[in-house]
Design a protein around this ligand. Structure first.
Ligand SMILES: Nc1ncnc2c1ncn2[C@@H]1O[C@H](COP(=O)(O)OP(=O)(O)OP(=O)(O)O)[C@@H](O)[C@H]1O
Ligand SMILES: O=C(CO)[C@H](O)[C@H](O)COP(=O)(O)O
Length: 405
């Protein structure tokens, strides 16, 4: 048994874990680690005093997506995984009620799996799932950190069918890990692990309309029970979920339209994409001229619009004290193929070819929100995440880290 000590001159990344025995790893920002090894190879490397880390080839980029239940996280995830190609599916041969979705590039884990209290436990203690006391943030942090460091974890499963905590499932470190749910930015330690974060901010009126549509039509709930559930969650939503938006790098805010006076149907939406300035590897999208303030009605010869039309807005603003750029779309598209006209006036959209946004939107024309700003901005954020991932990988690959033992 060898006792190995590795000292590094600079912070290591997860790739270094391959040089240490199982269950021992060199974490981010760790400059010194001691471990026991029966492997001659490992101790020779230690004796030689050279460990070369080809940083970048096993980097896991972590994305956080926060929103209340029923606010379009699953729809967003389907758009995001589609940008990377390939279908996202639950782990093969695993628990049929798993909340995880895996594709070639992405693994999406649902933070409901870190509920520490099951449905009965919450009822007994009189707390909602939104309450931090019903969630295990220590485990969430440890497991997201381990995955980011390239180490597989046994993640618990919260079963939404039974309301119980099921036996855990194995999650291997993916290229892109998306943690979606109620609290990805609540715990400071978890928040600091995120390479990019998004908050879906659905106004009460719109949330209510969507919940009714889904829970009445698809889940057989009554109007009264939906109203009661929204009311019961509201205090905890305001206390623990909503404040996370101040930490998000991008916020998609969904509001009732301003194009129809006193609209109460909630079908036409005004959607704002609020993008923080100065975020590493992320440059906000702009309309016509970066940094200007612009109002644009694209309807006319090149874009078919029926009542109430479409209005875009772009400009700088501040959001919780941060400099942001805001892109807004009010109204809905009549013909999705004409979206190319709008796309051609947007810049910094991180597409790989002309018309990629339009192609993505047409591909998923049946997803909710495809004819309005929710679908458009979710698609844009998907492209920006692909770009961010590629930039991170390129920058790590170009910067090999050498560690000395
Ligand atoms: N952009 C949209 N436009 C219109 N309706 C939408 C949009 N996004 C979502 N919805 C409605 O909201 C419902 C919930 O969407 P989705 O399943 O994506 O949300 P979720 O946040 O993943 O929900 P949960 O956390 O409860 O599983 C959909 O069935 C649809 O009715
Ligand atoms: O807010 C939620 C996140 O999706 C759920 O209500 C929470 O996870 C509890 O789930 P269930 O209602 O199935 O017991």
């Amino acid at each position: 048994m060898a006792i190995c000590t590795v000292y590094t001159t600079q912070s290591l990344n997860s790739t270094c874990s391959i040089y240490t025995p199982a269950k021992t790893h060199l974490g981010f920002n760790q400059k010194h680690v001691v471990f026991y090894s029966s492997s001659k190879k490992t101790s020779r490397r230690a004796a030689n005093g050279v460990i070369t880390c080809s940083a970048g080839d096993s980097q896991t980029v972590v994305i956080g997506l926060a929103a209340d239940s029923g606010c379009g996280k699953s729809t967003f995830m389907r758009r995001l995984t589609s940008v990377f190609g390939g279908a996202a599916e639950p782990p093969k041969g695993g628990n049929p009620d798993s909340n995880t979705l895996i594709s070639d590039t992405t693994t999406v884990i649902c933070l409901d799996d870190y509920h520490s209290l099951d449905r009965t436990g919450r009822k007994e203690k009189g707390v909602t799932a939104l309450d931090p006391r019903a969630n295990d943030f220590d485990l969430m942090y440890e497991q997201v950190k381990a995955l980011k460091d390239g180490i597989a974890v046994e993640k618990p499963i919260y079963n939404h069918v039974t309301g119980l905590l099921d036996p855990p499932e194995l999650i291997k470190p993916p290229k892109i890990l998306v943690i979606e749910g109620l609290h990805p930015m609540f715990d400071e330690r978890v928040r600091d692990l995120l390479d990019f974060s998004i908050y879906l901010d659905i106004s009460n009126e719109v949330k209510f309309a969507w919940k009714i549509q889904r829970d009445m039509a698809e889940r057989g709930h009554s109007l009264e029970s939906i109203k009661a559930s929204i009311e019961a969650r509201k205090p905890d939503f305001d206390a623990y979920i909503d404040p996370q938006k101040q930490h998000a790098d991008a916020v998609i805010e969904v509001l009732p339209t301003q194009l129809i006076p006193d609209d109460n149907e909630g079908k036409v939406l005004r959607v704002k994409l609020i993008m923080k300035e100065g975020v590493k590897y992320f440059s906000p999208v702009y309309l016509f001229d970066e940094g200007s303030t612009i109002s644009w009605i694209p309807c006319g010869r090149k874009l078919t619009c029926s009542y109430p039309g479409i209005k875009f807005f772009y400009g700088p603003d501040t959001y919780f004290g941060h400099e942001v750029s805001v892109l807004e779309m009010d109204g809905q598209f009549d013909r999705l193929d004409e979206l190319i006209y709008v796309e051609s006036h947007l810049s910094n959209i991180s597409t790989k070819f002309y018309g990629e946004i339009t192609q993505q939107m047409l591909k998923h024309a049946d997803f909710p929100g495809s004819n309005n700003g929710t679908g458009l901005f979710q698609t844009i954020i998907g492209l920006k995440i692909r770009d961010l991932y590629e930039q991170i990988i390129t920058s790590k690959a170009g910067a090999p880290v050498e560690a000395k033992a």
